[in-house]
Each structure stands twice: as structure tokens, then as C-alpha cells.
Design a protein around this ligand. Sequence first.
Ligand SMILES: Cc1cc2nc3c(=O)[nH]c(=O)nc-3n(C[C@H](O)[C@H](O)[C@H](O)COP(=O)(O)O)c2cc1C
Length: 180
Amino acid sequence: MKTVILFGSPRKDGNTIQLVNILSRTLKNKGHSVRMLYLNDMNIRPCQGCYACLKKGICKINDDMKDIRKYIMESDLIVYATPLYWFGPSGQLKLAIDRSIAFMDEDYNSRIKGKKVITLITFGDDNMDTCQPILGMFQKTFELLGLSHIGSVEAPGCVEKGDVKEEHRERTKKLAESIP
Ligand SMILES: Cc1cc2nc3c(=O)[nH]c(=O)nc-3n(C[C@H](O)[C@H](O)[C@H](O)COP(=O)(O)O)c2cc1C
């Protein structure tokens, strides 16, 4: 099984990476191949809304999204990992999501239908309701892209680096272990 991780935090030593590392390590131990994409280090231009991609799935913009698209196409499992920024994903991840319109065809059928998705979200607030907007957005997005959302970990109370609680680390490990 091939996994690609779209890592949306700019911090490689922050909170979201803690969950990502647990997931990645557990999957690798099971023999999965895991590719980590640090979106913050990549050149991803904003979608220009030209819809040229709908015809053949080829975006007019020549940047790192070309490789990201290839890695997603090759993968069985896509992990969207992000800190919560203003009730949504980080800008780094949102750029990649916007450009995912190239996965749709002219009839709005998805070219990546059937792939599995996991979401990992860390956030500062203690209230789980704070995550509702991003979970709603992910759900609608995955529905349109024909992706199967097989699991999610939302870790609240992550204000300072290292605030991720044992409970959420454990939940992430269990989630990774549950993947065949
Ligand atoms: C620009 C920005 C916006 C944020 N917005 C929210 C928010 O809407 N709700 C929340 O609970 N935490 C918010 N936070 C806190 C982060 O989601 C939280 O600290 C997260 O764990 C950081 O992840 P990281 O260490 O992987 O970068 C925000 C942080 C930043 C920098």
C-alpha cells in the first residue's frame, strides 16, 4: 500500500508533525511505503480558476503541484495533515486542495475516485466544536473527489509545541494499525 502525506504545517518540529510521525512510523512498520510532502517547502501557486485542467487533468501552471498530483495518483492512501488555521486548513494545504480541481473531469467525475483518506488536525482550542468547520469542508471535498474518509484524529489543546496529548498520539497509532 502506498501512502502520501500532504503536510500542511510550516513547523517541522511542531504539533502536527508529532501525529504524522506516529502514523508514518506505524505504517512503515507494516510494510507500507510512505512519502512525506512538506508543502511549505514546495512551490505551489494558487489556482487561477481557468478550468483548463478539466479536459485532460493537466494544469496550465508548471510548478510542484505536478509532482504532488503524480504522487497522489500513485497512492492508495492520502493523509491530509494540518494545524487548524482560522477554522480551516493552513494556507499551504488549501493551495493544494484548490489545485485538486485538476482531479475532476469535464463532467465533474473524479480521476482519483476510491482512494482512501485520513485527516490529522491539531488546534489550540480545548473545544472540539472548533473543528466542525474544517471537518465539514473535508467531508464535502472528499465526497466530490470520490475519496473514502477512513479516519481522523483531531487533537485539541495544542498551544505550545509538544502539547499533543498521549490520548491523541495513541489514537493516531491505533488508526494506522487499523489500516490493512
Ligand atoms: C495563523 C494561525 C491560526 C490559528 N487558528 C486557530 C484556530 O482557528 N483555532 C484554534 O483552535 N487554533 C488555531 N491556531 C493554533 C494552531 O492550530 C495550533 O497551535 C497547532 O497545533 C499548530 O500546529 P503546528 O505546531 O503543527 O504548526 C492557529 C495558529 C496560527 C499560527
